[in-house]
Design a protein around this ligand. Structure first.
Ligand code: HMG
Length: 388
């Protein structure tokens, strides 16, 4: 039985900053951010968007009267959770009006957890072939103003429905995983911004990729030439390129050309949104599917997932006949090009704004946020979500 990604969608905020303007404000050469890091624009999140609203805005686009009844599990992958106890998935169940006969949980391991959710969902569907699993991967990446990590922030959510007979990507029944306890990036409970050993994290990312990719090749006997494309977790686009570059010499010249061209397609969306943490790999997959010119049914795509701390996995999937009909390329481009640019000053103010840390009551102005689901405030220590 084939199991995999049946539907996929994406949401981010309607605000962004221009990376050349950020570079100028930080007295850096624009080339460092645009080419060295490889980012053109960065999503800016207003206080009315959090990991729950972003996930709801992404998932809402996928729901139909039929699949609503088949979804019996919601896996909410995030490292920007809004509560230490209650899962974001429970909020999703009610915001999306999903049946109450559903299990709803949150799952965490830095940027890796959406891949864990996907693999767990595969096993679950194998036992319950008539069910579907809704996975959301939503985060807001924060390092702090004037830090080296600042140009690698961003935010948004991916939603996917995992089922048997998937209409987009059937996941192969093999993968290679590697876990090692390292301190490359983490966020203690008291911190609203991540702590990071930036250069070390980049080296670890490439080392982990080489480990799982060579294990995968040994396990399956597949060679680089058998992949139509590789999609990477993209904290910033240059990071994935460094990993790709490290294995390109293993392929024939035409493979190298194909993988490089498809890598360019796979980072178009990430380049104008920034890091989504859990959702980044899947935004890259969506960008690949919607922007590559030569992909066809039967093509094998390799996916590299990395979550600091660190857990990594390489797995692959095969494109299904008619996958193009499941995509919404035009709407995606419109959404991304119709966002509103904000000044660096406005971004800094939004970044510094914090909801009261003691749970005191607050009403947020939701009139400026065109998203369907918004955070309207806090009352009696409870987050108040609203649907526009
Ligand atoms: P930095 O130290 O300020 O930058 O921060 P740099 O000096 O290394 O320069 C960056 C690149 O720009 C270099 O290229 C420069 O040569 C180039 P590279 O050597 O890397 O190829 N450059 C220029 N290029 C063109 N024109 C110019 C120019 N000037 C310089 N004028 C760093 C960079 C990535 C370290 C920082 O942004 C950071 O700490 N980011 C956050 C950490 C991160 O994203 N790590 C990625 C791996 S870990 C991961 O992916 C997990 C994560 O998503 C979290 C999770 O799992 O939850 C982060």
């Amino acid at each position: 039985m084939k199991i995999g990604i049946d539907q996929i969608s994406f949401a981010t905020s309607n605000l962004y900053i221009d990376m050349a303007e950020l570079a100028n404000a930080r007295k850096e050469a624009p080339g460092k951010y645009l080419i060295g890091i490889g980012q053109k624009k960065m999503a800016v999140l207003p206080p009315t968007q959090d990991s729950v609203t972003l996930a709801a805005n992404a998932a809402d686009q996928l729901l139909t009267p039929t699949n609503r009844e088949q979804i019996d599990t919601i896996l909410f992958a995030s490292e920007s959770g809004v509560d230490q106890s209650k899962s974001g998935a429970v909020y999703l169940q009610s915001l999306l009006n999903l049946p109450t006969h559903v299990r709803a949980v949150e799952i965490k391991q830095a940027c890796y957890s959406a891949t864990a959710a996907l693999q767990l969902a595969r096993g679950y569907i194998a036992l319950h072939p008539d069910k579907k699993v809704l996975i959301t991967a939503s985060d807001i990446a924060r390092y702090g103003l004037h830090t080296a990590g600042e140009p690698t922030q961003g935010g948004g959510a991916i939603a996917m429905i995992i089922s048997r007979s998937p209409r987009i990507l059937a996941i192969d029944d093999d993968s290679a995983v590697y876990t090692e306890n390292i301190m490359d990036f983490w966020r203690p409970n008291y911190a609203t911004e991540a702590l990071v050993n930036g250069h070390y994290s980049g080296h670890m990312y490439v080392d982990f990729f080489n480990d799982v990719f060579s294990t995968y090749r040994k396990q399956t006997g597949l060679t680089l030439d058998q992949f139509a494309a590789l999609a990477f977790h993209l904290p910033y686009t240059k990071m994935g390129f460094k990993a790709l570059k490290s294995v390109l010499p293993q392929g024939k010249p035409e493979t190298q050309q194909r993988l490089a061209a498809n890598f360019a397609a796979s980072h178009q969306y990430n380049q104008v949104v920034g890091n989504l943490y859990t959702g980044s790999l899947y935004l890259s997959l969506l960008s690949l599917l919607e922007n590559a010119t030569d992909l066809k049914a039967g093509d094998r795509i390799g996916l590299f997932s990395y979550g600091s701390g660190a857990v990594s996995e390489f797995y692959s999937g095969v494109l299904q006949a008619g996958f193009q009909t499941m995509l919404h390329t035009k709407q995606q481009h419109t959404k991304l090009t119709q966002r509103q640019k904000v000044s660096i000053l406005a971004y800094e103010k939004l970044f510094q704004y914090q909801l009261p840390r003691d749970g005191s009551t607050i009403d947020l102005d939701t009139t400026q946020d065109p998203a369907k689901f918004v955070l309207a405030g806090i009352k009696a220590h409870q987050r108040q979500y609203q649907q526009h």
